[in-house]
Design a protein around this ligand. Structure first.
Ligand SMILES: [Zn+2]
Length: 361
């Protein structure tokens, strides 16, 4: 239905490209004596392909007064009144005909790339993981057998992020004296001459709390002020992944309970939420004498493998958000409870702290 049918007639592409050659006048050639390629041609530089039949198409002619003033071969061809830059394509300098050439032996090519040269132009190219092997004239060059990306290391032995090596994995740190390390948080490239390194790994080691997804819909209000809210609410879509804000052990969880807000949030409903509870590996970062418990309430379900006793790294999927229990709309209630080491935590008491005090900077 549609506009598409009505619009089509006006959407046809312009065919004006064919006018770029310009009005050439080559009809002055004397049929008996070959004319100078510049005969009848305006002063200035011209590619041979724009000139008469005698002109070398791969040369650049300087025409003046209808005569050739100079002619310069263009190794990479001539186009629009100028030699093509060689760097655009390394194949025009391949002097043994069509075939495969390592870039390093030809002008302007990448030494790690195998070029498929056809009629002076690059028809295809392959990055050689283990470098490109130059063979004698008459024998096609070839990629070295796939192997260690370190064969492409440009600064000798040392540590390289994969992105600095041909076909290296960007998340791996390669020790080019042997071996490699998988970097959980990715690899950090450093300036030449300085070894690359794995990015710092916060998992299990960062003693602060990552902020949950969503938008704050209700702030924490301190204990004892009446109408206290013992956590922070984040409005999110149903099913939003909740990642462990801090490394810890799952010490409590509940799933399978419905939303009961419509019943007026009786005391029974008030306590009938699905949740997951973590005991922080770090204790309470703000109080070395205490443990810190982190709760995510109103969830729909747990992450894979999450059960009591599970250890989770910071950033590991622990639950999906929901709207269970006494909840007027999908959200995550984040609550942090600090109690002396060895004690159990409970929700909605004066042991609940403002989670914001534990957030990572
Ligand atoms: Zn809440």
């Amino acid at each position: 239905m549609s506009d598409d049918d009505r619009a089509r007639p006006t959407d046809e592409p312009s065919t004006g490209e064919s006018t770029t050659q310009g009005p050439l006048t080559t009809s002055t050639t004397d049929p008996n004596t070959p004319a100078d390629p510049c005969d009848g041609i305006g002063d200035g530089p011209h590619c041979g392909s724009e000139l008469g039949g005698l002109a070398d198409h791969g040369s650049l002619y300087q025409c003046g007064g209808g005569l050739t003033q100079s002619a310069t071969p263009c190794p990479a061809g001539c186009e629009a009144g100028a030699c093509k830059p060689i760097a655009q394509d390394s194949c025009p300098s391949a002097m043994s005909g069509n075939g495969l050439y390592c870039g390093g032996t030809r002008m302007g090519g990448d030494a790690m790339v195998l070029y498929n040269c056809q009629n002076g132009a690059t028809a295809g190219q392959t990055v050689c993981i283990a470098g490109c092997e130059v063979n004698p004239p008459g024998v096609a060059d070839a990629c070295n057998p796939a192997g260690d990306p370190c064969q492409g290391a440009m600064s000798g032995d040392g540590l390289y992020c994969g992105q600095s090596l041909p076909a290296g994995d960007p998340n791996d740190l390669y020790d080019c004296t042997g071996g490699k390390t998988v970097c959980p948080e990715g690899c950090q490239v450093h300036p030449p001459g300085e070894p690359d390194a794995c990015k710092a790994v916060p998992n299990g080691g960062e003693c602060c709390l990552h902020v949950p997804p969503g938008v704050v819909t209700q702030a924490f209000s301190a204990c004892g002020n009446g109408g206290s809210h013992y956590g922070i609410d984040y409005g999110v879509a149903l099913g939003t992944p909740i990642y462990a804000g801090i490394a810890g052990t799952v010490v409590g969880q509940q799933t399978g309970l419905p939303n009961c807000y419509g019943n007026g949030c009786s005391m029974q409903c008030w306590n009938a939420f699905n949740y997951v509870e973590l005991k922080s590996d770090c204790g309470d970062p703000n109080n070395p004498a205490n443990d810190l418990f982190v709760y995510y309430l109103h969830i729909d379900g747990l992450g894979p493998g999450i059960e009591n006793g599970s250890h989770v790294d910071q950033g590991q999927l622990v639950a999906h958000s929901g709207n269970s229990g006494c909840s007027s709309g999908p959200h995550i209630h984040l609550e942090t409870v600090s109690v002396p080491k060895g004690q159990n935590a409970s929700l909605n008491t004066c042991s609940s702290e403002n989670p914001a005090g534990d957030f990572c900077p």
